[in-house]
Design a protein around this ligand. Structure first.
Ligand SMILES: [Zn+2]
Length: 283
């Protein structure tokens, strides 16, 4: 799954390459891509023909392109890509939707191998589409409220990593960046969230922001070739990962052997010395 930095990198590419351009046509090569647009594919295509894209916005892992007061809402799912390029290049088998522009410049293609991603029109959704208004602000948004989030995390009765992954508390943090931030903040993933001090939560959220910011600088993390920017290039942040995927290797801070624990059908990676297991654990 792409996480927030990877989606933010796609947003920046869209902002740069398609803002201010008028949509000429939309070809839907696989109707499943607009399955959440209930009036159907023809309505989708007709509704955005001739509209001007005025920017590219994001909340959590959702992206939207404002067109007038409405928006085109996109979610990349497991394997979706939004690619901008020469309109004459061949269409790959995984292209689900293709947007062309009146200026005959680079086109925009939504490709998706596993078809979990989707596109929809959000009426009146230019500022924030109603379908995603329940999603909490993420740590890269300017109006992210650190004090309020600290209080909400400490009021939970759950493990701290589970709280970080809870999209109704804070959006956009997935398994990789949760493990990285917990290592930077020297906190074990199973610490009961109500036992964290305000200072510990502040340290953890600062670590989340730092890890995201470092990942953005590196162009994101690419565990397979699917997570790419709008030009099809992958990032290299995985070289900087401190714990995620490093079981059995030495901690970059203290040299102890990184451990892997089973967690919610996935894994948690941590350092036994920097992140001591709490006497009472929750997960
Ligand atoms: Zn360590």
């Amino acid at each position: 799954m792409p996480e927030l930095p990877e989606v933010e990198i796609v947003r920046r590419g869209l902002q740069l390459h398609i803002t201010g351009r008028t949509i000429d046509s939309v070809q839907l090569l696989h109707p499943r891509v607009v399955r959440r647009h209930l009036p159907g594919p023809d309505d989708f295509a007709a509704a955005i023909r001739g509209r001007v894209i005025t920017g590219a916005r994001r909340r959590g892992k959702y992206l939207w392109l404002p067109v007038g007061e409405d928006a085109v809402l996109a979610h990349l799912g497991m394997s979706g890509q939004l690619l901008v390029g020469d309109p004459a290049r061949p269409l790959s088998a995984h292209v689900r939707a293709r947007f062309t522009f009146r200026d005959a410049g680079p086109d925009l293609r939504f490709t998706d191998q596993r078809t979990f991603g989707h596109l929809a029109i959000a009426p009146g959704g230019a500022v924030l589409p109603a379908a995603i208004s329940h999603i909490a602000p993420d740590p890269l948004e300017p109006d992210f409220d650190l004090t309020a989030l600290t209080a909400r995390i400490r009021a939970r009765r759950t493990g701290i990593k589970r709280a970080l992954l809870d999209q109704s508390l804070v959006s956009g943090i997935g398994n990789i960046y949760a493990d990285e931030a917990l290592w930077h903040a020297r906190l074990h993933w199973a610490r009961p969230s109500e036992t964290l001090t305000r200072g510990e939560v502040a340290r953890l959220l600062a670590a989340v922001q730092q890890v995201f910011s470092d990942a953005l600088d590196a162009g994101g993390t690419s565990f397979d070739s699917l997570y790419v920017n709008v030009n099809g290039q992958s990032g290299y942040f995985e070289r900087s990962l401190a714990v995620y995927g490093r079981a059995g290797q030495p901690c970059r801070r203290c040299g102890s052997v990184i451990r892997r624990d089973a967690f919610m059908n996935r894994s948690s990676f941590s350092c036994p010395k920097c992140q001591p297991r709490p006497r009472r654990a929750r997960w």
